[in-house]
Design a protein around this ligand. Structure first.
Ligand code: IMP
Length: 191
């Protein structure tokens, strides 16, 4: 495994803000699962013009690859952003930073998430979107930590189920940095 990663990864380990991360999911494996979930979502769509809602910032890279892979010319893509922190204080609730301007009444909606951890973000999002009277709401997430889920539904489409470890890259950040990494890295256990 290690040998394989050394051939695939430009960096073996990355240290950022004093934390060391090691390779976890290669770009080839990401590409394979993106193609798979895109095919599954496409197969299950009941209309040819669903609206995909990308949750910023984390899902931007997954959404770009997923949206190309799904290849549905009559579909639309929109962007939404939530934050549980305002300034440096946690408000304990989800704040909408960028809302949906699109009319989704009666539409087939598919939310594109980067990761479902506690499920708080996904739950708040679903509630807000369901309040806008769509035909249906489903969620595709690149990553899902089942052991961490506290509220809400299991996402309908999952790229990777992972243990409750902290990961970065391919859109996922550490204090806004490292979103541009092409692979996913996991926080290395202290020896
Ligand atoms: P939630 O706990 O399911 O509401 O997840 C909230 C947000 O936390 C996600 O959308 C991510 O932006 C972030 N997050 C959760 N787990 C990780 C991780 O392992 N790395 C980076 N960001 C994460």
């Amino acid at each position: 495994m290690r040998q394989l990663f050394q051939n695939l990864y430009p960096m073996d380990e990355i240290t950022i803000k004093g934390l060391t991360f090691e390779p976890y999911i290669s770009r080839e494996e990401i590409a394979k699962q993106v193609e798979r979930v895109a095919a599954e979502v496409k197969r299950d769509c009941v209309t040819d013009s669903p609206i995909f809602v990308c949750v910023l910032k984390g899902a931007f890279m997954f959404a770009a690859d997923f949206y190309r892979a799904i290849d549905m010319p009559k579909s639309e893509i929109a962007f939404i952003r939530y934050k549980s922190y305002l300034g440096t204080e946690s408000t304990g609730e989800m704040n909408k930073i960028l809302g949906l301007n699109d009319d989704i009444t009666g539409r087939e909606v598919i939310i594109i998430e980067d990761i479902v951890d506690t499920g708080l973000t996904a739950h708040a999002l679903r509630q807000d979107i369901e309040a806008m009277s769509p035909m249906s709401v489903k969620m595709v997430t690149l990553l899902y930590k089942p052991a961490s889920l506290k509220v809400g539904k299991v996402p309908e489409y999952v790229g990777f189920e992972i243990p409750p470890k902290f990961i970065i890259g391919y859109g996922l950040d550490l204090d806004e940095q490292v979103r541009g990494l092409k692979e996913i890295y996991v926080l290395k256990k202290e020896d």
